[in-house]
Design a protein around this ligand. Structure first.
Ligand code: HEC
Ligand code: HEC
Length: 353
């Protein structure tokens, strides 16, 4: 269903481009779009939330997809959102620190964009409260796109394609930055991933899809590892909260406190989803771990109990879970079952340019 609407929208773009005469008479008649999710998702976390002032339409999503892959957004036209959020990496960046247009690097790992429609706070420190608001920042961030929205709007306005695409999506050929951010957010909401082997095993009850080792890893994740205290089994594999999992006795990055200014938030970071985790290395907000083995080893022996504001679930572990090497490799093997090949290759999410 979703695919059909999108194909219709893409066809409309081509017809729109080549049949300029007809364009004058174009009518604003967007097609409402619902992203279908499996019943188990609806059961645990409900249908996809969609803000009343930015309901998904096929035309809005098609425009957002163009903008997500649009290098005009960056000052020297060299990078798009997708340069740091690549589909094959579950919309994450494999580099420890992404490079902006001027070659500058930040000090935080980029974040995967997966099932973000259900999320309410964005960035490692939660400083943005909507996908629309988030989409503003990379354009102006000096270490990312190093541009300004006035310039972006004027580039889009004088482009052959965009005025028509904005008209189809929002009923106006006069482009403004808020409409661009709305369209990008619409596209991001369509990036849903619920089709991993884990889903077949756990949510659809097909116990044949797991090997004995994967089952053992699952039992550690939900049992003695208590990973699901924070990376919830409610289909999203995150509780969307900000917590300190005990990485450092003295955190170099204040995390949530940077945004709230509250001392009890020091060292807390967004609990990331574990969906497609095998595709999103390196790990943690500062990319300190390059492999899942290292992550599991940290939870096994590296927890810093003196870390400020450490989460209440962590003290139960002492310096870690003290997993045997067999248990550690079982857990790693299980984490790889969160990979959703259909998501990584979905043609609806690829570069439309
Ligand atoms: C130069 C690399 C780079 C570019 C370009 C970039 N991002 Fe990001 N993105 C990051 C990094 C790094 C973070 C985490 C930063 C932080 O937490 O301080 C991030 C975080 C995000 C998040 C938050 C995810 C979450 O779960 O909280 C979203 C959404 C996002 N980016 C979307 C976009 C969009 C949309 C664009 C284009 C308008 C874009 N990004 C361009 C590197 C980049
Ligand atoms: C108290 C809550 C909590 C528990 C329990 C927990 N985690 Fe985490 N996890 C987090 C937080 C918070 C982060 C991000 C920390 C950061 O970057 O500063 C994280 C990060 C991760 C990452 C890296 C994700 C990324 O995108 O970089 C992996 C993998 C992970 N956890 C796996 C596990 C496993 C496996 C377990 C069980 C052994 C577990 N977690 C238990 C809160 C938790």
């Amino acid at each position: 269903m979703k695919k059909k609407v999108l194909i219709a929208a893409i066809a409309a773009i081509f017809i729109g481009t080549y049949a300029c005469k007809k364009e004058k008479d174009a009518v604003y008649n967007p097609t409402a779009l619902t992203v279908e999710v499996p019943a188990f998702v609806k059961k645990y976390v409900g249908a996809m939330p969609s803000p009343p002032d930015n309901q998904l339409t096929a035309e809005g999503v098609a425009l957002g997809r163009m903008l997500f892959y649009e290098k005009l957004l960056s000052n020297n036209r060299t990078i798009s959102c997708a340069s740091c959020h690549e589909q094959k990496n579950a919309f994450d960046d494999r580099r420890p620190f992404s490079k902006g247009t001027n070659g500058a690097e930040g000090n935080r790992n980029a974040m995967a964009i997966i099932n973000a429609a259900w999320d309410k706070q964005f960035f490692w420190d939660g400083r943005r409260a909507s996908l629309e608001g988030q989409a503003h920042d990379p354009v102006t961030n000096p270490i990312e796109m190093a541009n300004n929205w006035t310039e972006v709007v004027s580039r889009l306005q004088s482009n052959m394609l965009y005025p028509t695409l904005f008209f189809k999506a929002f009923g106006t050929k006069t482009i403004d930055s808020n409409l661009a951010m709305k369209a990008i957010a619409q596209f991001e909401r369509t990036l849903v991933s619920f089709d991993s082997r884990f889903d077949k095993y756990y949510h659809l009850g097909d116990t044949t899809v797991f090997t004995a080792q994967e089952k053992s890893g699952f039992n550690i994740f939900t049992g003695k590892g208590m990973c699901n205290n924070c990376h919830l089994m409610n289909t999203l594999l995150t509780d969307h909260e900000f917590k300190n999992n005990g990485l450092d006795a003295a955190p170099a990055d204040a995390g949530l406190m940077k945004f709230t200014g509250i001392a009890s938030d020091r060292g807390k970071f967004k609990v990331p989803t574990l969906r497609n985790i095998a595709m999103t290395a390196p790990y943690m907000h500062d990319s300190r771990f390059t492999t899942l083995e290292q992550v599991v080893n940290f939870y096994s022996t590296g927890i810093q109990q003196s870390s400020p504001n450490i989460d209440e679930h962590m003290p139960a572990f002492g310096n870690g879970l003290n997993l045997t090497s067999q248990e550690q490799s079982d857990l790693v093997v299980f984490l790889k079952t969160f990979t959703d090949q259909a998501f990584l290759k979905d043609p609806d999410f690829s570069d439309p340019h």
